[in-house]
Design a binder for this molecule. Structure first.
Ligand SMILES: [Mg+2]
Length: 311
C-alpha cells in the first residue's frame, strides 16, 4: 500500500517538473510554429530549440512554475504542515534571487514591500488595480502539491492561490486541480466532471464552460495557442483535465498538450502532474526522468515530503 501511494506521490511531483521542462520547448509558440520547429513533434528535452527565450535554461530544467511549487514543498518539510505565511516568505525569498520566466502578475505582487506580512491583501489590491480582469495561471501552475496533503485540500488550495491570485477563477481552478490530484493519489479515482462543475460553481460561473471544453474530443476547442488568452487559468486547468479524460498514458497526454503550443510550460506542468498522479512514477518514460536537470533535488525533496505527510 505504501509503495502504491509513494508511486503516485512521486508521479505527481515528477510529472509536474517534466511537463514544465518539456513544455518550455514550445512555450509562446502557435501550433504552426511548433510544427515548423519540431516537424515530428517535440518528444524529448534534447530537441528543444535554443532561441533567445529557451536558451537561458539548461535543456531539461524546469522553470518558475516548478520553482514556486518547490517553495511550497520546502515549507511543508520545514513546518511539518502547510502554513500560508511561510509559503509567502519562501515565494519572496525565491523572487529576491531573480528567477527567470516569472509572469507579470506575480512579479507585480511579489515586488510590493510588505508582501510577506499580508500577502493576500497585497494580491487582492494588485488584482483590483488591474480592473479585476487578470486571471492568470500563476496560481494553478504550482497547486499540484496541495493535492498531496491528507486533508482540507480545497481550503489549502484556495489559501495558497490567494497568496498571489485573488480572482475567483484562479482560486476555483486551483481547488479543482488539487482535488483531482488528491483523488487520483489517495483514491486512485478520476473525479467525474459533474463533481468538478459543482466545485467550480462555488467560485465562478466561467469555470463550467471550460470544464465542458475539457470533455470535447479535440484539444483544439481550447485554442491554447491564442496569443491574447494563452496564460488564462481556466485554459490551463482545462488542458490538464482534457489530457486526463482522453489519454491512455503519461506520454500520450503530455505530448498532446505541449505540442499544442501556447503557455506550454505551465499547461505541461498541470497536465504532467495530473497524468503522473493517475499513472504513477513507474509509468513515466525513463528518458523524461533521467533528463531532468535537477532530478536529484526533486528526488530528495519528494522523499522528505513523503516522510512528513505519509508517515
Ligand atoms: Mg514557466
Amino acid at each position: 500500500m505504501e509503495d502504491f501511494l509513494k508511486d503516485k506521490f512521486k508521479g505527481t511531483l515528477f510529472g509536474q517538473a517534466i511537463g514544465d521542462a518539456l513544455g518550455l520547448g514550445t512555450e509562446f509558440m502557435t501550433k504552426a510554429e511548433v510544427r515548423k520547429c519540431y516537424p515530428d513533434g517535440l518528444a524529448d528535452y534534447s530537441q528543444i530549440v535554443q532561441d533567445c527565450h529557451r536558451g537561458r535554461w539548461q535543456k531539461g530544467d524546469w522553470t518558475d512554475d516548478t520553482d514556486m511549487m518547490m517553495c511550497i514543498v520546502q515549507t511543508i518539510i520545514n513546518d511539518g504542515e502547510l502554513r500560508p505565511l511561510s509559503v509567502a516568505r519562501n515565494f519572496k525569498e525565491w523572487f529576491r534571487r531573480g528567477p527567470m520566466g516569472i509572469g507579470r502578475h506575480i512579479c507585480n505582487v511579489l515586488s510590493i514591500g510588505d508582501y510577506t506580512e499580508k500577502p493576500e491583501v497585497v494580491a487582492k489590491k494588485v488584482w483590483e488595480m488591474s480592473g479585476k480582469k487578470s486571471a492568470a495561471n500563476g496560481g494553478v501552475m504550482r497547486t499540484s502539491v496541495i493535492g498531496l496533503l491528507g486533508e482540507d485540500v480545497e481550503k489549502h488550495a484556495a489559501d495558497v492561490c490567494r497568496l498571489t491570485h485573488a480572482d475567483p477563477r484562479c482560486v476555483g481552478s486551483c481547488a479543482i486541480v488539487s482535488l483531482m490530484v488528491h483523488s487520483l493519489v489517495y483514491e486512485d479515482e478520476i473525479l467525474p466532471i459533474e463533481t468538478l462543475v459543482e466545485v467550480g460553481s462555488r467560485y465562478d460561473k466561467w469555470i463550467e464552460p471550460y470544464l465542458r471544453m475539457a470533455q470535447e474530443d479535440s484539444l483544439d476547442a481550447l485554442e491554447l495557442d491564442d496569443e491574447s488568452t494563452m496564460g488564462y487559468t481556466l485554459k490551463t486547468m482545462a488542458a490538464g483535465l482534457w489530457s486526463l479524460y482522453h489519454c491512455g498514458s503519461f506520454e500520450e497526454g503530455l505530448l498532446a498538450v505541449v505540442n499544442a503550443g501556447g503557455d506550454a510550460d505551465t499547461n505541461g506542468a498541470v497536465a504532467g502532474s495530473l497524468l503522473g498522479a493517475r499513472f504513477g512514477y513507474e509509468n513515466i518514460p525513463v528518458r523524461f526522468i533521467e533528463g531532468l536537470a535537477r532530478k536529484n533535488v526533486l528526488d530528495e525533496k519528494t522523499e522528505s515530503l513523503f516522510a512528513v505527510l505519509c508517515n
